[in-house]
Design a protein around this ligand. Structure first.
Ligand SMILES: [Fe+2]
Length: 410
């Protein structure tokens, strides 16, 4: 069981320097950028910039802040994205970073900031090379205007990037990359299509449940995680069904923020460890990969933290107070499958996935297993998987949720 208070050693709780949360929060971007600099590098994907770019530039210009725009961030941002954004930062003489978008833009912005104040290529700051807290100098001021209800990256010390030369993802973790300002405006999420509402919402739920059951969890992060799960269970199906429901969008914005603070201070675990290589192999969005894996890892883990998973089952509404922890915990994975079903999660595989044949998939299972172990995330899992068990979990995901005629897809 996790300690209720950090009695063994003090714990750092990271958080953005300021958070502006609520409808209309976007309007404050100019004020904060002006406080931190004179020329902003705006980092976004083309798609998001097309929707919200004009408004952001207007806010910045009205506040007297000049701008340069890098709008080529792709989903699962790459080393090349970071290098190109940094080139523009240098050429234009920028002094503050404004990210516009979800995790991809924020993580690109953080990494661009690392290059601005530190020596070396971006790959050298990955935890596999530099360890945790491997960024020596703080990045320049970063203002994250969040447009999804899922990433949590605006609250964390983490940046996840893709190394295309090896088709793998790597993670940078440092207190020196936490954003100065997080702008959480639920109105910006109204434009999210249903698919991305589903992906980002399940990503946020995964952050919360992994933080809640991680071996690094404790009372502070538990409270963030519990509240996040409570809100997501109620609000995600509503936000998915009716994207214009600003109340549900606001609940999701608060939930993903709290889930971000939960995992940012206690860590994700096996699901994220498996989702990174699975997502890279299948070229599927991060949240979809999490949602495909989630029920199987929860089923695998529940015996190792029955009280925690019993609470998850009660939050999901599939277990009663009167049931023992062991009995209730076993129901958590069913509750999660129901939540995924409500938002048609596996239905998006047709549009967003490139599912290989079973034979081809089995060939990459050992490699995905190795990548999952190398990420370090399984170390935080309440149940430590053996190599064989992890390989079996990957196969189970294929047979039950990925194969075209599998149970969860039919
Ligand atoms: Fe995530």
């Amino acid at each position: 069981m996790s300690p209720q208070t950090p009695t063994d050693e003090p714990r750092v709780v990271v958080s953005p320097g300021r958070t502006v949360l609520g409808v209309g929060a976007t309007e404050t971007v100019g004020t904060y950028a002006d406080r931190h600099g004179t020329k902003a590098l705006v980092v976004a994907s083309e798609q998001i910039f097309d929707i919200h770019g004009e408004r952001i530039l207007e806010c910045l210009h009205d506040a007297g802040v000049e701008t340069a725009v890098y709008d080529s961030v792709r989903p699962d941002p790459t080393v090349e994205n970071v290098e190109a954004a940094f080139d523009l930062w240098s050429e234009e003489g920028c002094d503050v970073i404004v990210t516009l978008g979800g995790g991809s833009s924020i993580d690109t912005g953080k990494a661009t900031g690392i290059l601005a104040t530190n020596e070396g290529g971006i790959r050298s700051f990955g935890v596999d090379k530099a360890g945790y807290e491997g960024v020596p100098n703080p990045i320049p001021p970063l203002i994250a205007v969040n447009t999804t209800a899922g990433t949590g990256s605006e609250t964390t010390r983490t940046s996840v990037l893709s190394d295309e030369s090896t088709s793998t993802k790597f993670i940078i973790v440092s207190e020196n990359i936490v954003p100065d300002v997080a702008i959480e405006d639920p109105e910006l999420t109204v434009s999210l299509p249903k698919s991305h509402t589903a992906f980002t919402g399940i990503d946020a739920f995964t952050h919360a449940i992994e933080a809640f059951t991680s071996v690094k969890s404790y009372s502070v992060t538990d409270n963030y995680a519990r509240d996040a799960m409570d809100r997501i269970v109620d609000a995600l199906p509503v936000a998915w069904s009716n994207g214009d429901d600003v109340e549900a969008r606001t609940e999701m914005m608060i939930a993903q923020f709290k889930a971000g603070k939960a995992f940012g201070n206690s860590s994700v675990a096996l699901i994220h460890g498996m989702a990174r290589p699975l997502g890279a192999q299948l070229h599927i969005p991060h949240g979809l990969a999490n949602g495909l894996i989630l029920p199987y890892v929860v089923e695998f883990n529940q015996m190792a933290a029955p009280e925690k998973y019993a609470e998850v089952a009660r939050i999901l509404g599939v277990a009663d107070e009167g049931e023992s922890a062991r009995v209730a915990a076993r129901k958590a994975s069913d509750g999660i499958e129901e939540l995924c079903e409500d938002i048609s999660l596996t239905g998006y595989l047709d549009e967003f996935g490139e599912v290989p044949s079973r034979e081809e998939y089995l060939e990459v299972v050992p490699e995905m297993t190795q990548d999952a172990f190398d990420s370090g995330s399984p170390d935080n899992n309440p149940r430590k998987p053996t190599r064989e068990e992890l390989e079996e979990l990957f196969v189970r995901v294929y047979d039950d949720a990925l194969a075209p005629d599998s149970r969860r897809r039919s």
